[in-house]
Design a protein around this ligand. Structure first.
Ligand code: HEM
Length: 533
């Protein structure tokens, strides 16, 4: 009897635990969520913002949906500006070009930082896109000049080499099967270029897939991130101290491997620079950054101001940024352009013809003493390929890669359009989210946005102008992508030679599908039929 009573009470305990877990905990979470939504709604009212209910992006991802689509739907429902709650913070979505530019440019000092992404990782936390305030300012001032025209000119020969390798690898693939996974080809080109540009190491990703640099670098791309890692990044926005407590390290092994290589190269270059002559100039990113550091040191010493060196951890982080911020983005931009041109054969033929015509013109300017396209196409003559520039711009508009950029308000400010039709208050700590993908697809900014019309970006096209403030594939203002000119150089050079030499067309297996990684749409494999011209 006693035993059955204790069994009975045990099962009662068990039942109450189950009730606790199944009913009370979800109820509590529901109550907290609802309370937060209520507070956000009231906050929106006070700040003159329409309120919308938007699920956190990682829950959206968990249920296999695209967060950019959730935002686009909400814009259609609530208008170009609305407030919503995410991870306990008021987020303000702004899809109005004028207001977006005010945040990124005119009022930049009030919106200088991104939302918190620091996760207490010594390398990750030194990435430029994670840094804030004075640390960001100091490093940005050193890194920006490494992507200047003068410095990029030196990187062009290295890109010639990686393009020749890409063409050789593509020829081999076509011989076996003309239906080629272009993601593999373009991915290898971007990887070979990044490793050569950032560290000065020559590599052939297609034929050397087991190379440790390639294997570790691949882990840092968006696709390498697990759902847990993505969630920890989301948590870092709202609960940085909690994430610190977790002692989270992002892809620790890969970071350590690449950090060690970068450290060795930096050490060697610092030694070399002490003894080498001034006429010997830098040709890769590590050398360039050390060169810029030297140049700035001399200027500041002359002015009597103190100079703050970039420490090795900061330098290493900037090298690794090429993999975290520069790989998926550049290879996807190239891949999107190839896919769009395969889908629009008339535009592809026009591009091919314009490339051939421009190369012929360049050859004539040299009095016919050179017929090597790699020599004729110099860093400076790239600007003559106007239709190519238009194709790349239209492709980045049509398939926008980074679908949302963000800024955090460091003080209270009122934002208002010049016609005073939209105005609202922003409070310190509010997160502004600007969705370039919606700006690029709004018919008020670009007519027939669903069509692929490179001509809209040609200088002579004044008939159908577009809203220049609405075009921001690289973001805008002082916090715009620091490597815009390098990314454009890599993409233009690859497209120029690919469309000079090959014809791309859709294959029965062609499909455009994406992985949504943080704030970017990264295409999955794209199979295309490739024929040599
Ligand atoms: C087509 C290729 C690329 C696209 C579309 C792209 C796009 C972007 C965008 C939209 C931002 C945010 C800008 C803003 O908030 O206003 C950004 C920031 C950044 N990008 Fe890129 N990017 C590309 C290539 C690269 C490459 C090759 C690197 C190489 C290192 C790079 C490094 C960075 C860094 C470090 C930042 C943060 C800048 C800062 O916070 O000061 N990006 N990029």
């Amino acid at each position: 009897m006693k035993m059955s009573i204790s069994l009975f009470s045990l099962s009662l305990d068990y039942v109450s635990y189950v009730i606790g877990i199944v009913v009370i905990i979800p109820l509590l979470i529901w109550a907290i969520v609802e309370l937060n939504e209520y507070r956000t709604k009231q906050q929106c009212k006070r700040q003159n913002l329409p309120y919308a209910r938007v699920p956190a992006w990682n829950f959206v991802a968990l249920f296999g949906k695209r967060f950019d689509m959730v935002i686009s739907d909400t814009i259609r429902k609530h208008g170009k500006v609305f407030g919503f709650n995410m991870w306990n913070h008021l987020n303000i979505s702004i899809a109005d070009p004028e207001l977006a530019q005010i945040v990124c440019n005119r009022e930049f000092t009030k919106f200088a930082n991104h939302h918190n992404m620091a996760v207490s990782d010594p390398v990750w936390d030194n990435f430029l896109f994670v840094l804030k305030d004075e640390d960001w300012k100091r490093l940005r001032a050193i890194i920006s000049p490494t992507f200047s025209t003068g410095k990029l000119r030196k990187m062009k020969p290295c890109l010639d080499d990686t393009i020749k390798l890409m063409a050789k690898n593509l020829d081999e693939k076509i011989l076996k099967n003309p239906a080629v996974n272009m993601k593999e080809i373009v991915g290898a080109y971007t990887m070979d270029s990044i490793i050569q540009i950032s560290m000065g190491i020559k590599i052939d990703t297609i034929h050397d897939p087991n190379n440790l640099i390639i294997q570790n670098a691949s882990k840092l791309f968006g696709q390498g991130m697990s759902f847990t890692e993505l969630t920890i990044f989301a948590l870092a926005t709202a609960f940085p101290n909690f994430v610190k407590l977790l002692g989270f390290k992002f892809q620790a092994e890969a970071m350590k491997f690449l950090a060690n290589i970068s450290r060795e190269i930096i050490q060697k270059k610092r030694e070399e620079m002490k003894i080498r002559s001034k006429s010997q100039k830098a040709s890769n990113f590590i050398e360039l950054i050390l060169e810029v550091e030297q140049e700035q040191k001399q200027v500041l010493e002359q002015s009597g101001k103190p100079f703050k060196y970039v420490n090795n951890d900061e330098l290493i982080a900037q090298c690794i940024t090429f993999f975290t911020a520069g790989y998926d983005t550049t290879s996807s931009a190239i891949l999107f352009a190839i896919y769009l041109l395969a889908s629009n054969p008339d535009k592809q033929e026009k591009l091919h013809q314009s490339i051939i015509d421009t190369i012929e013109k360049l050859a004539k300017q040299r009095d016919g003493d050179c017929d090597d396209p790699y020599e004729l196409i110099t860093f400076d003559s790239l600007n003559n390929f106007e239709y190519l520039n238009a194709v790349l711009n239209e492709s980045m508009r049509s398939l926008t890669l980074v679908f949302v950029i963000d800024r955090v308000a460091v003080e209270d400010v009122r934002l208002e359009t010049s016609d005073k039709k939209i105005w609202f208050d922003v409070r310190k700590g509010d997160i502004i989210r600007i969705p370039p993908i919606d700006l690029h697809n709004d018919p008020e900014n670009f007519c027939d946005p669903e069509k692929f019309i490179p001509e809209r970006f040609l200088a002579e096209n004044t008939a159908k102008p577009f809203n220049k403030m609405a075009f921001m594939p690289f973001g805008s203002g002082p916090r715009k992508c620091v490597a815009t000119s390098l990314a454009l150089l890599e993409a233009k050079m690859a497209l120029l030679h690919l469309f000079r030499m090959y014809r791309f067309s859709l294959d029965p297996k062609t499909k455009l599908d994406y992985n949504v990684i943080l704030d970017s749409l990264i295409p999955k494999d794209i199979i295309l039929r490739v024929d040599k011209r």
